[in-house]
Ligand binder design. Structure first.
Ligand SMILES: CCCCCCC/C=C/C(=O)SCCNC(=O)CCNC(=O)[C@H](O)C(C)(C)COP(=O)(O)OP(=O)(O)OC[C@H]1O[C@@H](n2cnc3c(N)ncnc32)[C@H](O)[C@@H]1OP(=O)(O)O
Ligand SMILES: NC(=O)C1=CN([C@@H]2O[C@H](COP(=O)(O)OP(=O)(O)OC[C@H]3O[C@@H](n4cnc5c(N)ncnc54)[C@H](OP(=O)(O)O)[C@@H]3O)[C@@H](O)[C@H]2O)C=CC1
Length: 262
């Protein structure tokens, strides 16, 4: 059950990238339950269709739109078509993203560029376009999902660099756009929020289970727990919070050792 008051969200329009799977799907579910209209956007049409069918089969409060956030023209169309269909964009959640595991020595330039384009440039383009087409005149709230990069991320250095860029971009925009009524914050999940799609990218549930020892709470995080943090930051309850980074990691950042061999 939602911990938020539905009235605060009723009839708001939210755009969630990567909203068909994992954390994004949990955010979508929470926003729908609060009365929002939601547009989910990502590359694979079949995932979008399946999620729309599962969560909202009999209404058009949930729409899926194919968009690769590495493509500026596709982002432009995503924003303009959302505005022409739904009339406004109150909330943007930049959740779509990812990377692959590799030591830095083996990362090729093409792979580095792919990860930076997806996570940093994609977020920059989404923010810039939604601001230019709507939020500059009308205000709004943006939440960017990153990884917690505060101690670096060995084997994911490309993504860590890109996500740290998103974190800092968020702070700059929070200042630049404050006078236009736009708030932006970052949510930084610790490494191990279990979802089937996330696990599939990293060798299955076992890889996530092994991380428990490094988490003071001794359990994995859930996608719903990330969704709650996102909805708090979107809500009027956070109306004087901007440029902040909220970690959702069960205290893992403060744990002295992430030695996963124990
Ligand atoms: C020890 C376990 C740690 C678990 C940590 C858990 C914490 C984090 C969890 C999450 O982030 S969950 C989200 C996971 N989801 C994803 O990561 C999915 C999205 N990922 C991607 O789409 C890709 O990783 C991408 C690189 C961002 C985009 O890939 P795409 O295939 O679209 O790019 P291309 O342009 O085709 O490839 C460019 C280039 O990139 C290199 N590369 C891509 N994938 C890999 C790979 N798996 N291994 C090595 N290299 C890869 C490669 O150089 C590609 O060029 P070519 O060699 O194919 O010419
Ligand atoms: N699970 C975890 O432990 C953690 C996850 N995160 C981050 O949270 C976010 C959600 O991850 P999670 O739900 O776990 O994993 P998922 O793999 O389920 O989510 C990634 C989503 O991003 C979308 N996506 C990827 N590349 C693009 C692109 N170029 N354009 C548009 N959409 C794209 C994918 O859809 P499609 O492939 O159809 O395009 C997918 O829906 C990601 O940014 C992830 O890195 C951060 C910390 C920890």
């Amino acid at each position: 059950m939602s911990v938020f008051r539905p009235l605060l969200f009723k009839n708001k329009v939210a755009l969630v990238t990567g909203g068909a799977t994992g954390i994004g799907k949990a955010i979508t579910e929470e926003l729908l339950s609060l009365g929002c209209k939601v547009v989910i956007a990502s590359r694979k049409e079949e995932r979008l269709k399946a999620t729309v069918q599962e969560l909202c089969p009999n209404s058009n409060r949930l729409r899926g739109k194919v968009c690769n956030i590495r493509k500026e023209d596709q982002i432009n169309t995503l924003i303009s078509s959302t505005l022409s269909e739904l009339g406004k964009i109150d909330y943007l959640v930049n959740n779509g993203g990812g990377q692959y595991l590799s030591p830095v020595a083996d990362i090729r330039l093409k792979g580095w560029d792919a990860v930076v384009e997806t996570n940093l440039t994609g977020t920059f383009l989404m923010c810039k376009e939604v601001y230019g087409q709507w939020m500059r005149e009308n205000g709004g709230v943006i939440v960017n999902i990153i990884l917690d990069t505060s101690r670096g991320i060995p084997m994911m250095a490309h993504s860590a660099a890109a996500r740290a860029g998103v974190d800092n971009l968020t702070k700059s925009l929070a200042v630049e756009w404050a006078a236009n009524g736009v708030r932006l914050n970052t949510v930084a999940p610790g490494g191990f929020i279990y979802s089937p799609t996330a696990a599939a990218n990293y060798g299955g549930r076992d890889v996530f289970e092994k991380a428990r020892v490094g988490i003071p709470a001794k359990r994995l995080g859930t996608t719903q727990e990330v969704a709650s943090a996102v909805c708090f930051l979107l809500s009027p309850g956070a109306s004087f919070i901007s440029g902040e980074t909220l970690k959702v990691d069960g205290g893992a950042n403060f744990f002295p050792s992430l030695d996963r061999s124990r």
